[in-house]
Ligand binder design. Structure first.
Ligand SMILES: C[S@@+](CC[C@H](N)C(=O)[O-])C[C@H]1O[C@@H](n2cnc3c(N)ncnc32)[C@H](O)[C@@H]1O
Length: 484
């Protein structure tokens, strides 16, 4: 370790924040992470040990009921803390564990990091196997699980068996077929954050294609060890390159679907570390990109005897056709992140206004279906922004049959935006329409995906979707924004 690295490590031990170190030594966050990882073998934000446990369970906890999950604080009960870089908020595994497993069942996290899922299993009386490639993460996980506990929510505490092992998520050969009741895991997001000092099997050193290939092996193993009819939850986020989104989330979900899983829920997890004012707001406008503010929590189901019924529930969310004579100037502040939170009554209008203003267009059109497309063809015009709604399977089929025609209505350097939403099938699973549209358009050379935006519908008194106690209420839509 050279002198600069030693100084940085000392500063970190003395409690300086990354920002203060960056300014003092003129280094970026990536460099600081590298130094810490090199020195400790683990990517932590603080090298000092955890504080004592003040409270064992979260204060006010209720299960999430919709498809948009938003936790303002990350959660600091038991030994939870944000030290291990990229660890997930304990609210996520807690929701999954309580909804999809029972006490004394067996939960697996094959990318367990510093053990957040294991701690939640201990607190909720589930047995647990945690695997991570990084031995130093496993040391941290074992420290984090080491706290006394005298009872659970139900009062029948049976001292669950919690195991942490160093291992590779691709090799679950030590676990029997169909022996796991729930998988709850959080892989690296390709190579965005490195977790080890370049361990050979560490997936956080894989480029995008290699990552997806390796994750296919993980998905296969997950499918084999999971019991029939049970669930596998995976949290994953997107990446950004040259002001364009790379839809890693959608691509990984496709990998799991190709390996036999069905999709039970597709949850949007909001991220709150996104700055939406000042410097970042200005840059989002100046350089025309949206700040990533969401991740996907895909909840897969293993049902090998699949009888998927492609029958839709009635489309509750269709909106009345709106005038193209909108007043584009009537919004005060443009959305600057990938999550737009609008009321259920006016979301469509506000969406269109944001698109018009962000992409600075005055020649735009909004089409709500194939009939309107036919009217468009009569006018023989092209637009800088074309917004198309595709929220049903029928619409999607029509869209696939007319894609060339649709693309043709957009000027070069213009934008095609597709509004879609997931569809709940009769068997309770999800038909992920946003993912299907993106897959369908992925290989077109004339379209480049620019942004994937989540429209989160606040419940302002309107019923959002058909509910059932087994299903989450679908309360978001997708905007797939393509640049031509
Ligand atoms: C996003 S972190 C998980 C954090 C965890 N949820 C927590 O709360 O601490 C991803 C983890 O995957 C681990 N990892 C990378 N490649 C792996 C592999 N092939 N097998 C198992 N773990 C791996 C990394 O070491 C890292 O701890």
């Amino acid at each position: 370790m050279n002198e600069l690295e030693e100084q940085i490590f000392e500063a970190k031990k003395n409690g300086l924040s990354d920002q203060e170190i960056g300014e003092k030594y003129n280094v970026n966050l990536r460099f600081i992470e590298k130094v810490i990882t090199k020195y400790l073998g683990v990517n932590v934000s603080s090298p000092t040990p955890n504080k004592k446990v003040k409270m064992l369970q979260p204060k006010k906890f209720t299960l999430e009921t919709t498809t948009v999950w938003s936790f303002k604080s990350r959660g600091n009960w038991a030994t939870h803390n944000g030290n291990y870089r990229g660890n997930w908020s304990p609210y996520v595994p807690r929701n999954i564990i309580l909804r999809y497993s029972k006490e004394n069942e067996l939960v697996l996290d094959c990318f367990c990091g510093a053990g957040t899922t294991g701690v939640e299993c201990k607190l909720t009386n589930r047995n647990f196997i945690g695997i991570d490639i990084n031995p130093n993460a496993i040391v941290l996980a074992k420290e984090n699980i080491d706290f006394p506990i005298y009872g659970t929510l139900s009062g029948r505490y049976t001292s669950p068996k919690i195991i942490f092992n160093v291992g590779d998520a691709k090799d679950l050969s030590f676990i029997d077929d169909e022996s796991i009741d729930l998988i709850c895991t959080h892989p690296p997001y390709a190579n965005i954050i490195h977790y080890t000092d370049n361990h050979k099997q560490d997936l956080s050193f894989c480029n995008l294609n290699d990552f997806l290939e390796e994750m296919s092996k993980v998905a296969k193993g997950n499918y084999r060890v999971l019991k029939e009819g049970r669930y596998c939850a995976v949290l994953i986020g997107d990446m950004r390159k040259k002001k364009h989104i790379i839809p890693l989330g959608f691509w990984l979900i496709n990998v799991y679907l190709k390996n036999g899983f069905s999709l039970k829920e597709l949850v949007i997890k909001r991220q709150h570390n996104c700055k939406t004012t000042g410097f970042w707001y200005k840059n989002s406008i100046k350089y025309n990109f949206l700040l990533l503010a969401h991740e996907y929590l895909a909840i897969f189901k293993k049902c090998s005897s699949k009888q998927e019924q492609m029958i839709e529930v009635p489309d509750q969310s269709s909106f009345k056709s709106i005038s193209t004579a909108l007043k584009p100037m009537s919004i005060e502040k443009l959305e600057s992140t990938t999550v737009w939170i609008f009321g259920n009554k006016n979301w469509h209008e506000r969406t269109i206004q944001n698109l018009i203003k962000r992409y600075d267009v005055d020649d735009y059109n909004i089409i709500n279906g194939i009939t309107e497309l036919r009217k468009l063809s009569a006018s023989n015009r092209r637009y800088s922004l074309l917004v198309l709604t595709c929220t049903t399977l029928k619409c999607f089929q029509e869209f696939c049959n007319s894609t060339d025609e649709i693309v043709n209505y957009v000027h070069d350097d213009g934008y095609l935006t597709i509004i879609c939403s997931d569809i709940r099938l009769k068997d309770g699973t999800i038909y992920p329409l946003g993912i299907k549209v993106e897959s369908y358009l992925r290989n077109r050379n004339d379209l480049k995906i620019k942004e994937i935006v989540m429209i989160s519908l606040e419940n302002d008194g309107c019923k959002i979707d058909i509910d059932s106690k087994d299903n989450l209420i679908i309360s978001h839509k997708y905007l797939l924004i393509y640049h031509i």
